[in-house]
Design a binder for this molecule. Sequence first.
Ligand code: ADP
Ligand code: MG
Length: 330
Amino acid sequence: MAQIVSFIIQKGGCGKTTTTANTAGYLSMQGFRVLCVDMDAQGNLTQHLGYDNESLEKTILHLFQQKASFNEVVLRRSENLHLLPNNLETAGAEFQLYHSLSREYLLRDVLTPVQANYDFVLIDCPPSLSLFSVNALAASTEFILVVAPEFFPMKAIKPLYETYQMVKQKLNHTLQFNGVIMTMCDFRTKHSQEVYRILKKNFPHKLYKNYIRTNVTLKEAASCGQTIFEYDPFSIGAFDYQNFVEEFIRDHHKNIQKRKFYQQKFESLSPEEQKQLIIFTKRNLSQYNRSRLDIDPENQVLQEAFIVERNKLLEKLFPYRIHSLSENLE
Ligand SMILES: Nc1ncnc2c1ncn2[C@@H]1O[C@H](COP(=O)(O)OP(=O)(O)O)[C@@H](O)[C@H]1O
Ligand SMILES: [Mg+2]
């Protein structure tokens, strides 16, 4: 099942699109199967990956409107890098989509059937907390805040954090806050230093150690429709994004290990213990998910929510750090 990551901040010009495109570029080069989703009607990600928005026959809008199939819309840029493109037509249709049934789940319903075909789905969010951003969060397993030091970041982060909590409570129980990446840093300026200090103070365990420096080559790559790794793999931009994505992947591998560890723990319990744990897990699920799970036990999204809740309970019984360490020593 793909890890679905939203790159988000409700402000333009912070490096969301650049980060999505280059993260996708690096992950796909490493052999991961990546689907990029352009949720911004400006279509900047679509352009960054080399497509002309205006000449697209089908976009993600047609998926939301159920007027096209995934295969008709997806652009296969390379074997490992696919894209759901967007253009301005979507902006015009937002109001109409507002009236769709399950309007917050338009993207999730698109991704659920194809999620197993990818290792990562990376979503480039629009610069607002609109219906499309809520859709991105409702479909994601996690999100990354993209912060550039040209404004006072906590001001923007607060309403975003409230949106996250609302989405987590009402729409997507298993959504996680992955971290904060700082882009366009220039530590010769006081402002960059100050913003870094604020982020470090507010997110001591969430701020990525690797940050992205200001580097004009990133802009040039975007205007040529290439990732930085295609345009100039020896640039500072390529170096910074490689380091960031390596840090991101280390997290990913850790999560996979942890999940495996708790799956094995669960299987090692007696049938009676397993039964008890399932009862407790169900109690911890939101009322909404619980009732849907009874009706539709095969639903992958609900199963995922169930496993995340179950593992949280298991973690209380078997703290991961201690056990994984002792197992490594054996
Ligand atoms: N690290 C960087 N150094 C220099 N320019 C950058 C950097 N990151 C992004 N840019 C440029 O800044 C502009 C805004 O970046 P973008 O990724 O489109 O932000 P957002 O998606 O948040 O609006 C683009 O022209 C992009 O090429
Ligand atoms: Mg953008």
